[in-house]
Ligand binder design. Structure first.
Ligand code: NAP
Length: 257
């Protein structure tokens, strides 16, 4: 039990990496606050947690909306009195080279992937600062470090999240708050399943092309990322501050040729 007595908010945990992390954190003794825009999926995650004997709570909120985020944080503080860990996981993809992206799509990707991290952190931080204790994990991506075709808006947001992580760490270190980032490679989730369909002619050539950009024979799983998040959320990573943690099958630093 590596997260006993911790209250942990995971945004976008109705699906994919967020859901796997929620289930793992609950197994490790945390009380997990499941958040998602999709109510049915969020409630389903909560049910999986409770069926496995874990503790949790679902709150429907849109991380791009300040009132919605404020209400969510108030509700958590009223019920549990604290938030030990915030995992800013909610995110959406944006496919297209820069000239192909419509302004509305660009804005939405920026809103969810950057404004979402900003707003959730903004309303959680005062509570962490008051307690002089906190831990924030921001979801970036290895596309913050490597160029990837037709990912302009998405890459811009994930690069911003990595830069923001470092800046936040400097500002809040004196409050005993750690801020680190996770940089996954390609992880097989509904998010990637959609992108396989929207970006390639068929699934087989999509998988072959993705595998070419990493060293591992397999794509990553949501559990691979959840394990990394567990390390960052636990006190075992207490000397990690403002750091990127890569979970990418060698996509960023490995080269086969
Ligand atoms: P996913 O399966 O699509 O899960 C993301 C969840 O976030 C969805 O349930 C989504 O709900 C929710 N969400 C979207 N907008 C939201 C909002 N405004 N407020 C609250 N929740 C919202 O995606 P995933 O693959 O697990 O990705 C999770 C995170 O990891 C994202 O930040 C993504 O960029 C990052 N990441 C993923 C990969 C990968 O290969 N999968 C790689 C690197 C980084 P809806 O379904 O209603 O939109």
């Amino acid at each position: 039990m590596r997260l006993i007595n911790k209250v942990i908010l995971i945004t976008g945990s109705g699906s994919g990496i967020g859901r796997s992390t929620a289930l793992l954190f609950a197994r490790e003794g945390a009380t997990v606050i499941v958040n998602d825009l999709d109510e049915a999926k969020g409630i389903e995650t909560l049910k999986y947690i409770q069926d496995a004997g874990g503790m949790g709570h679902f709150i429907h909120a849109d991380v791009t909306n300040p009132e919605s985020v404020m209400l969510m944080i108030d509700q958590i503080i009223k019920k549990y009195g604290q938030i030990d860990v915030l995992f800013n996981n909610a995110g959406i993809s944006g496919v297209g080279a820069l000239h192909e992206i419509e302004p509305d799509t660009w804005d939405r990707v920026i809103q969810v992937n950057i404004r979402g991290v900003y707003l959730s952190s903004k309303y959680v931080l005062p509570h962490m600062m008051k307690r002089k204790s906190g831990n924030i994990i921001n979801m970036s991506s290895c596309v913050a470090e490597i160029g990837l075709a037709r990912r302009a808006s998405y890459s811009a947001t994930k690069g911003a999240v990595l830069a923001l992580t470092k800046s936040m760490q400097v500002d809040y270190a004196s409050y005993n708050i750690r801020v680190n980032a996770i940089l996954p490679g390609t992880i097989l989730t509904p998010f990637v399943e959609n992108y396989l369909v929207s970006s390639y002619d068929d699934r087989e050539s999509a998988m072959a092309s993705i595998k070419k950009r990493q060293l591992s024979e397999e794509l990553g799983t949501p559990e691979d990322v959840a394990q990394a998040a567990l390390f960052l959320a636990s006190d075992e990573s207490k000397f990690m501050m403002g750091s990127p943690l890569y979970i990418d099958g060698g996509a960023t630093f490995g080269k086969n040729a």
